[in-house]
Design a protein around this ligand. Sequence first.
Ligand SMILES: Nc1ncnc2c1ncn2[C@@H]1O[C@H](COP(=O)(O)OP(=O)(O)OC[C@H]2O[C@@H]([n+]3cccc(C(=O)O)c3)[C@H](O)[C@@H]2O)[C@@H](O)[C@H]1O
Ligand SMILES: Nc1ncnc2c1ncn2[C@@H]1O[C@H](COP(=O)(O)OP(=O)(O)OP(=O)(O)O)[C@@H](O)[C@H]1O
Ligand SMILES: [Mg+2]
Length: 296
Amino acid sequence: MSELKGARTAPRAALPMTRAEGRPRKPLALNLELTTDFLVSFLRDEVTRRKGFDRVVVPLSGGIDSAVTAYLAARAFGPENVHALRLPYRASDPDSLAHAQLVVDALGLPAETLDITEMVDAYARLVPDVTPHRLGNVMARVRMIVAFDKAAELGAVHLGTGNKTERFFGYYTWHDVADAAPVSPLGDLFKTQVRALAEHLGVPEAVRRKPPSADLVVGQSDEADLGISYERADTILIHHLSGYGDAYIESLGFSAAEIALVRGLVAKTHWKRALPIHAVVSSTAIGEFYLRPVDY
Ligand SMILES: Nc1ncnc2c1ncn2[C@@H]1O[C@H](COP(=O)(O)OP(=O)(O)OC[C@H]2O[C@@H]([n+]3cccc(C(=O)O)c3)[C@H](O)[C@@H]2O)[C@@H](O)[C@H]1O
Ligand SMILES: Nc1ncnc2c1ncn2[C@@H]1O[C@H](COP(=O)(O)OP(=O)(O)OP(=O)(O)O)[C@@H](O)[C@H]1O
Ligand SMILES: [Mg+2]
């Protein structure tokens, strides 16, 4: 894997084609072996070589994104160095715990369950009219607090699990456990690519087959919230991002309403993909004049 050592960008052969290279026939297809090698190498490079940690915490929900993250981490650091953290709330789907356990057992990970109900409900008592949507965001951010503290206890960093589809749709809680993580391996993979990778890595079928859910509000599912399936959304999204116009995307079998939905979700969430903004009042402003993007 020497050609991958130190690389932050996957070799070209792992990436789908862009418009400039001709019409992609299967634009979401990945070289799964090469992508796996790259992501394992990326994790070692970012966590160990650049940051000096050899253990990670993976908040494990029983869903496919955190399962794939755990599988990659187990290859990168060895299962004994991947601490699986299950963080149920009292209203969480019981399957979430059971499916997380399947991953723990399959990989042989050290695992821990910390119930976040008291933390979340303590806040809910302060704000009795809090809506389910807002309380869901509180849960997601409470998980972030716990993941950082667990990482501090273990001398580790926690891994983010966000994928590219949810990042482009702004379908996550800003600065939550999946977003505000030091290192994230899946952020440039569409959800359907994460599914393909999950099969390639041998993630248990029960985890791969169930409908994606944030599990923050009872009965919630990603595709119902978004109003479109990931299969259809990803194909529209990759063509939109590669510069194809509506007429061409419609010719692939998508409706004007679906295309408008996808374009609209991307357009209204640019702010979420950016870092918090600081006023600039000097010639020594961080990120403007003081540019040191990588710590060595
Ligand atoms: N234009 C703008 N520029 C800068 N900041 C802006 C802003 N608009 C809102 N904000 C701020 O951001 C807040 C809203 O954003 P945010 O707090 O993220 O919350 P919001 O976008 O309202 O909700 C997050 C959505 O993601 C879903 N989710 C969350 C976590 C995980 C998953 C999953 O798939 O697992 C899904 C969740 O169910 C919910 O539907 C506002 O309250 C405001 O403080
Ligand atoms: N109950 C939980 N325990 C531990 N971590 C959780 C829990 N719920 C959510 N998380 C963390 O938040 C992340 C975001 O949730 P999300 O639902 O997007 O991903 P997922 O559950 O792994 O996959 P899917 O999208 O298929 O449900 C998870 O990947 C996980 O890291
Ligand atoms: Mg989930």
